[in-house]
Design a protein around this ligand. Structure first.
Ligand SMILES: C[S@@+](CC[C@H](N)C(=O)[O-])C[C@H]1O[C@@H](n2cnc3c(N)ncnc32)[C@H](O)[C@@H]1O
Length: 510
């Protein structure tokens, strides 16, 4: 570790994924649905800033999908910023500005605009209290009145259970010799040995074993940044609320809309307990204890103006949504801590059918013959559930679809060109949602070949991957011949064209 990094992991670059909560349209709807407040309007010319942007992939996606928004993003690791700038350049993005700076440097810049939205994803828990205080000072000085802040962090009490395991991993990696990746492998084996030795901490906390298994399966770059920084803090929501209140920020609600679905997760007694608690911070602490929350995604605003109830309903009914998964795969129910919950198919089926045709507001949905007689509240509730479980996404209005499509096309082409060489960039940008679409390398290669109208997509993709000398596997068995690989790829191509391409077309990506 280097001295300028103050214990932050700099030996390996972070992963490049897009997180849906970072898109201005998603944040706007979450604030509206969660708390009935109007956050910054993503249709306007906003200024947006990401603190600790990692590889800058999310910032680049937001810039590509919202060419009318000026995006600023900073991180102190030079490799992260150099890579982010290179991608922006390849994609021809002129509305994104990257800064290779520490929080302290950024705090003292005098040439920044006031930001309408500031996001910190995966930052608060992984930096020292001193550095967290610097980010809060940035919020004090650089957030516009009426501005919105999104902040995610490891939450108490759920993440607290991980402390002993993460400590074993950290100490083992820090003290071991050799290259980082080898040290990570040895630390994971060591932790496994501790479990096998019958350490009581695993018995006292049965979820810990499952956590260890999960960590072992994750990308080592992710493991390094997630668990191996010197600083690793689990925060109580109420402490975060107190810290941010100091810079005039009020808690607005959660970005995962889960609070809107309490009846799916909490027993009537638990709901009654929560509604008997007057203090909102204590209520949230108890809620986190009931649900054993591990990770929080909180939205704050400076200057909250609650909307009248009817206006709030109108605005959410006027939001456009689009299906984000293949129609055939839309969930018919979920399993929560209350057990299996079946969605009411009288509402969910026609909603999914309609949203599979193209973006549609909830108000338009209510006019469909298939939904006639269904209550607007049931449709809104279904939208919250479908959104929470990743089945639909809120969209921007159609007015600037074409302008957005131009810049997402250039961006997605640049990302898919990279897919010929590596699987680092894990998504594309959607002009319809103004956010990202998660997509692995293989799917990017399929999409790229499909767009080029390759007569044999499977062969075109294998021609890219074969020189790397790694034979793909199927159900744990390595495929051995070209013919086997091509047969497998052909099957996957068929499913991709049948199920995934229609969704990508809806999202304006294919
Ligand atoms: C876990 S990563 C999250 C990256 C990104 N927000 C994302 O979600 O993909 C945290 C990032 O914060 C950056 N960081 C940590 N301390 C910092 C500091 N003092 N100044 C600037 N960046 C910092 C790290 O370099 C790292 O890229």
């Amino acid at each position: 570790m280097t001295s300028w990094a103050s214990g932050y992991m700099t030996d390996i670059a972070y992963t490049s994924a897009f997180f849906r909560e970072l898109s201005p349209s998603f944040l706007r709807f979450a604030a509206l649905a969660g708390a009935g407040v109007a956050g910054p309007d993503p249709e306007r010319k906003l200024t947006y800033c990401e603190l600790g942007c990692g590889q800058g992939f999310s910032a680049n996606v937001v810039a590509a999908a919202n060419p009318h928004i000026e995006v600023h993003a900073m991180d102190f690791i030079p490799g992260h910023i150099a890579g982010a700038r290179a991608l922006a350049l390849e994609a021809g993005l002129s509305n994104v500005h990257f800064y290779e700076e520490s929080f302290e440097d950024f705090l003292h810049r005098a040439d920044l605009p006031a930001f309408d939205i500031i996001v910190l994803h995966g930052v608060f828990s992984w930096v020292s209290p001193e550095h967290r205080a610097q980010t809060i000072e940035i919020l004090r000085g650089k957030l516009a009145t009426g501005g919105l802040v999104y902040v995610s962090y490891n939450a108490m009490p759920g993440a607290g259970a991980l402390v002993p395991l993460r400590r074993i991993l950290f100490d083992h990696v820090e003290r071991g010799p050799g290259p980082l990746l080898a040290r990570i492998e040895r630390a994971l084996e060591f932790a496994e040995g501790v479990r096998q030795a019958g350490a009581a901490v695993f018995a006292a906390n049965p979820a810990l074993g499952a956590k260890l298994d999960m960590i072992k399966s994750q990308s080592r770059a992710y493991v390094a940044h997630e668990y191996l920084n010197r600083e690793w803090h689990c925060l109580y929501h109420s402490d975060v609320v107190d810290e941010l209140a100091e810079v005039k920020l009020d808690y607005v609600g959660s970005a995962n809309l889960a609070a809107r679905l309490d009846s799916m997760k909490l027993s009537p007694e638990q709901m009654a307990l929560l509604s008997s608690i007057e203090d909102s911070r204590l209520r949230e602490t108890v809620r986190d204890s009931i649900l054993n929350t591990e990770f929080r995604k909180d939205i704050f605003m400076r200057g909250v103006t609650p909307l009248p109830a009817l206006m709030r309903t109108d605005l959410s009914l006027d939001t456009r949504f689009i299906l984000a998964v293949p129609r055939q795969k839309v969930l018919k129910g979920v399993t929560t801590n209350l057990g299996a919950i079946n969605f009411d198919q009288r509402v969910y089926e026609p909603m999914a059918d309609a949203l599979a045709q193209g973006p549609c507001t909830l108000r338009e949905l209510l006019r469909r013959p298939q939904l006639r007689g269904i209550d607007a509240n049931d449709v809104r509730q279904a939208a919250y559930a479908l959104l929470t479980f990743g089945q639909i996404e809120p969209c921007l209005s159609a007015a600037r679809d074409a302008q957005r499509a131009k810049s997402t096309k250039a961006f997605n082409t640049a990302v898919m060109k990279r897919a010929a060489y590596s699987g680092d960039l894990m998504g594309l940008a959607s002009p319809v949602t103004g956010g990202g679409v998660p997509m692995d390398r293989f799917s990017q290669l399929l999409l790229s070949a499909w767009q080029r109208k390759e007569p044999d997509i499977a062969a075109a993709v294998w021609a890219v991957l074969k020189p790397e000398g790694v034979l793909p596997s199927k159900e744990g068995r390595r495929l051995e011949t070209d013919a086997e690989v091509l047969a497998e790829f052909a099957q996957q191509t068929e499913q991709f064209v049948l199920k995934t391409i229609p969704v990508l077309q809806l999202l304006g990506v294919a």
